[in-house]
Design a protein around this ligand. Structure first.
Ligand code: BGC
Length: 784
C-alpha cells in the first residue's frame, strides 16, 4: 500500500466523538470526595500517586529464620512512601508466591505507612491471571485459553469471582487481568493468556470476568471484589515477527473492527483500569499515542478509568522505540498521550522528571489533575480509604474444597477431544481378552506426563511457572491422576523424553526413547503426553513452530510397536504435529488446564466426564499456512480455468470451533425471522439441537455470518454469538439468538461502521439460511 493512502486511512479512522454517555455512570458523592482530596494535594503528592514501583526494590534476598528469603527493608519503604509519596506497588517480591499471612503483613504495612504519610491508600497490583498466581495454596484455574475453549462464560465469571475473593484474602485489591489481546498468531508466546483468536469470544469472556472480579457496581466494589486491568491495549498479540514485544502492522479496519472490540466491551462492562501494549502499531508506540489512549478510550467512550503503563514502558519510548530522546522526553510524550500511572519498577526518577516538565510547562497541571483524579477515583471505588486492608475473618473459603471443585469442573470443560478413531476413548479400566476381563495396561509417556509445571503454564507461583513444583506438590500430575483412576499397577511411566528443568523452557535432556518403546511392548495402550514446558512473555519466544524433534520421534518410534496411541497435547500454543497426528488413534488437546487438569483428563479419558470443549484458535498444519478462521474468501479458492494453477488453500489441522464429544449432536431447522432487514432491526435466529447419542453432553452452539458481497473484501465468515447448552440423550433444545443487525457490520474504507445492502448467510454447524439487508447504513463509534 502506498504510504500516502495508508496515512489517509489512518486519519480516516479518527472518528468524531459522539454524544456518548459515560461508560461507568458517575456517582456524585464519590466524585465530590475525589475533588476534595485532589484540592488538598501538593504537586509532589500528585506526581507520587502517578508512580508504581516494584516491591522488590524495598527489600532484598537474605538469610532469615534459617532460610534464604526476601526480607523487607522497612526504612526503605518509609522513605519511598514519605519522600516520594508513591501511589502503587506491584509484584511478588523474590518473584515467588508468598503465604496469605505474609501478604496481609506486607500490604498491611504499606497501607499503614501510606495512610500515615500521605493519607491516601496504596493500590497494590498483582498478575492473578488464572487464580491467585502469587499466593500459596490458593486456587489455580485453567488458563484463559482453556476458558475460551469451553465457550462457557459462566466458567469465566465464577473463576474470576473466586480469584477476586482469594486475592482480597491476600489483601490485594487490583489484578492485571483479563488479557484481551487476540491470540491470532500461533508463534506468539502469550497466546495462552488470551481467549484465543476471535474478538467476540474475547469480548464475552471479558464481560463475564469483569463482573466476576468487580461485582455489579463499578463505583462501589465490595470486600470480595478487585479492580481489573484489562490488557495489553491493544494489538499486542499481533507482532509481525511472532516475537513478544515487537511491532505490529495492522490495517486500520482490522484494528478497529477486531482488536479494539474486546477492549470496548470491557470498558462498557465497567473495567476500571487498562494496561497498555508495550509495542507499536503501524509505527506508533501505543504508550505515545494520544489518538489511541485519550481519544479512543477516554473521549470516544467517555471512560473515566485509569491507564497504567506496562513494565518500564515509558523508558522503552527512548530506549527501544526511539520516539523520545531521553527519559524526560519519554515521560512528556506518554503523560500527554494519556498515561495516568507509570509502572516504572525500579526508579523514582519519574517523580523528579515529571515535576520538571510541569514546571517548564511541558505537561499541564490540567493533565496531572486528570491523571490523579482517575487514580483517586479508582481508590475510592475500591473503598480503600475506608477499608485499606482486607483478609482474615470472612475469608475462610480461601483455597477451599468448594473452590477446588469449581476448578476441576472448569478443567473438564476445557480439554478438547480432537480425534477418536474407532471410539478408542473412553478407555475403560478393563478389557476383554479371549472372553476374559483383564485390567488394561497403560504406558504413560512423554515429558508432560508427570509434572505440574506444564499443566499450569506461566504465571503459576512464579512468573515463568518454573521452580515452583514444591508449591504444587499436593495436586495430581497426569501420572498421579491416572494411577488414582486405573490403579498404580496398571500404569507404567516411562517418559522417553524429559525437559531440562534447569535450562530454558524448550531444553530437553538426552532422550531415552528405547526405554519407552520397550515398556510399550508390555502394555495395551500408549498415552503420550507431549507439548511444551511452561514459559511466559519474551522468554517464551521460539524459533520453530514444529514441536520438538525428540518428542515427535518418541511418538514415531512408539507407533512402530503397533500399540494404539492416545496423544495428549499440553501446550501454550498450537505447535505443529501434522507428521505424528496420523499415527495416533485419539488426540486430546488439554491446553493449560491448571492444577486440576490431570484429574480432569483422567475423568475424561475414563468416560466419567464428557468432552465439550472446542478449539479457541485455528490449529495449523503447516508453517506457511498460519490462518485464522475468518480469512478472506480469496485465501481459499479453486484453480482457475487455463494452464496455470492460481488456486489458494487454507491448510489447517483442526479448525477454530472444532471439538468432539462422547455423544453426537444433530442440528436442524435453522431459521431467521426476517428475510429482509435494516440496521436498526433485531434478527431472531433459532436452531434445534438434538443429542443423538447415549450420554448426557454439553454443546457450544456457534452462530456465524457471511457477508456475501461488500465494498471491502468480506471475511469468509465471522462468529457473531455463541451459547452452551446441556442435553440429555435424545433431548432436543431450541436455541434462540437475538442478533442486532448492526452486529453484522464491518469497518469500511473510511474507518466507519458500515452495514451494506445485500445478502448475508447465517450459519450454525452445517446449516445456513439467507437474509438480506435492504438499506446501507454507515455510522461512527460507538457501535450498537
Ligand atoms: C507484562 C504484564 C504484567 C506486568 C506486571 C509485564 O512484563 O507484560 O502482562 O502485567 O509485567 O507484572
Amino acid at each position: 500500500m502506498k504510504k500516502s493512502v495508508f496515512t489517509a486511512m489512518l486519519l480516516a479512522v479518527t472518528i468524531g466523538a459522539s454524544a456518548q454517555k459515560p461508560a461507568i455512570p458517575r456517582d456524585a458523592a464519590l466524585e465530590a470526595k475525589v475533588e476534595k482530596k485532589l484540592a488538598s494535594m501538593t504537586l509532589d503528592e500528585k506526581i507520587g500517586q502517578m508512580l508504581e514501583l516494584n516491591f522488590d526494590v524495598m527489600g532484598k534476598m537474605a538469610v532469615s529464620d534459617g532460610k534464604r528469603q526476601w526480607v523487607l527493608n522497612e526504612t526503605m519503604l518509609d522513605t519511598i512512601i514519605s519522600k516520594y509519596k508513591i501511589g502503587s506497588i506491584l509484584n511478588a517480591p523474590g518473584t515467588k508466591a508468598a503465604t496469605v499471612k505474609q501478604w496481609q503483613e506486607w500490604i498491611g504495612l504499606i497501607q499503614e505507612k501510606s495512610m500515615k504519610y500521605i493519607g491516601i491508600p496504596d493500590v497494590y497490583g498483582l498478575d492473578q491471571n488464572h487464580g491467585v498466581t502469587y499466593t500459596q495454596a490458593g486456587t489455580l484455574f485453567p488458563q484463559p485459553i482453556n476458558l475460551a475453549a469451553s465457550f462457557n462464560t459462566e466458567l469465566a465469571f465464577s473463576g474470576a469471582q473466586i480469584t477476586a475473593y482469594e486475592s482480597r484474602a491476600s489483601n490485594c485489591p487490583w489484578v492485571y487481568n483479563p488479557v484481551l489481546d487476540l491470540g491470532r498468531d500461533p508463534r506468539w508466546p502469550r497466546i495462552w493468556e488470551s481467549f484465543g483468536e476471535d474478538p467476540i469470544v474475547n469480548a464475552r469472556m471479558a464481560e463475564a470476568e469483569i463482573k466476576g472480579y468487580q461485582g455489579d457496581d463499578p463505583n462501589h466494589l465490595g470486600r470480595y471484589n478487585v479492580a481489573t486491568s484489562v490488557k495489553h491495549y491493544f494489538a499486542y498479540g499481533a507482532p509481525f515477527t511472532g516475537k513478544d514485544r515487537t511491532p505490529a502492522y495492522v490495517s486500520p479496519q482490522m484494528l478497529r473492527e477486531k482488536y479494539f472490540e474486546p477492549f470496548k466491551a470491557a470498558i462498557q462492562a465497567g473495567a476500571l483500569t487498562i494496561m497498555v501494549n508495550s509495542g507499536s502499531i503501524n509505527g506508533m508506540p501505543v504508550h505515545a499515542s494520544y489518538e489511541y489512549l485519550t481519544k479512543w478510550l477516554k473521549e470516544d467512550l467517555q471512560w473515566d478509568g485509569m491507564i497504567v503503563t506496562d513494565w518500564a514502558d515509558i523508558n522503552n519510548l527512548f530506549s527501544r522505540e526511539h520516539v523520545a530522546k531521553d527519559k524526560k522526553d519519554a515521560i512528556r510524550l506518554a503523560i500527554n498521550a494519556g498515561v495516568d500511572m507509570s509502572m516504572d519498577p525500579y526508579s523514582v526518577d519519574f517523580c523528579i522528571l515529571l515535576k520538571e516538565l510541569v514546571t517548564e510547562g511541558k505537561v499541564s497541571m490540567a493533565r496531572i489533575d486528570d491523571a490523579v483524579r482517575r487514580i483517586l477515583r479508582l481508590k475510592y471505588r475500591l473503598n480503600l480509604f475506608d477499608q485499606p486492608n482486607t483478609g482474615g475473618k470472612g475469608y475462610e473459603k480461601f483455597g477451599s474444597k468448594e473452590h477446588a471443585e469449581k476448578a476441576l469442573r472448569a478443567a473438564e470443560e476445557t480439554e478438547v477431544l480432537l480425534k477418536n478413531e474407532g471410539n478408542i476413548l473412553p478407555l475403560s479400566k478393563e478389557m476383554n481378552v479371549n472372553g476374559n476381563s483383564v485390567n488394561r495396561k497403560i504406558l504413560l509417556t512423554g515429558p508432560n506426563a508427570n509434572q505440574m509445571r506444564c499443566l499450569n503454564g506461566g504465571w503459576s507461583y512464579t512468573w515463568q511457572g518454573s521452580n515452583a513444583e514444591d508449591l504444587s506438590e499436593s495436586y495430581n500430575t497426569i501420572y498421579e491422576a491416572l494411577c488414582n483412576k486405573y490403579g498404580k499397577e496398571n500404569v507404567v511411566l516411562e517418559q522417553g523424553v524429559t525437559y531440562n528443568e534447569r535450562g530454558q523452557y524448550w531444553e530437553e535432556n538426552a532422550p531415552q526413547i528405547e526405554k519407552a518403546v520397550t515398556a510399550a511392548k508390555e502394555c495395551d495402550v500408549i498415552i503420550a503426553c507431549i507439548g511444551e514446558n511452561s514459559y511466559c512473555e519474551t522468554p517464551g519466544n521460539l524459533t520453530d513452530l514444529w514441536l520438538s524433534e525428540n518428542q515427535r520421534n518418541l511418538v514415531k518410534e512408539l507407533a512402530k510397536t503397533g500399540k494404539p496411541i492416545v496423544l495428549v497435547l499440553n501446550e501454550g500454543r498450537p505447535r505443529l504435529v501434522s507428521d505424528i497426528e496420523p499415527l495416533c488413534k485419539a488426540v486430546v488437546d488439554i491446553l493449560l488446564p491448571g492444577n486440576y487438569g490431570g484429574d480432569a483428563l483422567a475423568n475424561l479419558l475414563a468416560g466419567d466426564a464428557n468432552f465439550s470443549a472446542k478449539m479457541p484458535y485455528t490449529y495449523p498444519r503447516e508453517i506457511n499456512s498460519l490462518n485464522n478462521y475468518d480469512y478472506k474468501v480469496s485465501e481459499e479458492v479453486g484453480t482457475m480455468a487455463g494452464a496455470y494453477n492460481y488456486d489458494a488453500k487454507v491448510s489447517l489441522l483442526w479448525p477454530f470451533g472444532y471439538g468432539l464429544s462422547y455423544t453426537t449432536y444433530e442440528y436442524a431447522n435453522l431459521k431467521v425471522d426476517k428475510t429482509q432487514f435494516t440496521a436498526d432491526d433485531v434478527l431472531t435466529v433459532s436452531v434445534d439441537v438434538k443429542n443423538t447419542g447415549n450420554r448426557v453432553g454439553k454443546e457450544s452452539v456457534l452462530l456465524y455470518s457471511s457477508d456475501l458481497v461488500a465494498s471491502l473484501t468480506p471475511d469468509n465468515r465471522r462468529l457473531r454469538q455463541f451459547t452452551k447448552i446441556e442435553l440429555q440423550p435424545g433431548e432436543t433444545k431450541t436455541v434462540t439468538f437475538k442478533l442486532k443487525a448492526k452486529e453484522l457490520a464491518f469497518v469500511g474504507a473510511d474507518g466507519r461502521w458500515t452495514l451494506e445492502e445485500g445478502d448475508f448467510l447465517l450459519k450454525v454447524a452445517r446449516l445456513s439460511t439467507k437474509t438480506a439487508c435492504t438499506k446501507t447504513k454507515i455510522w461512527d463509534e460507538p457501535n450498537i
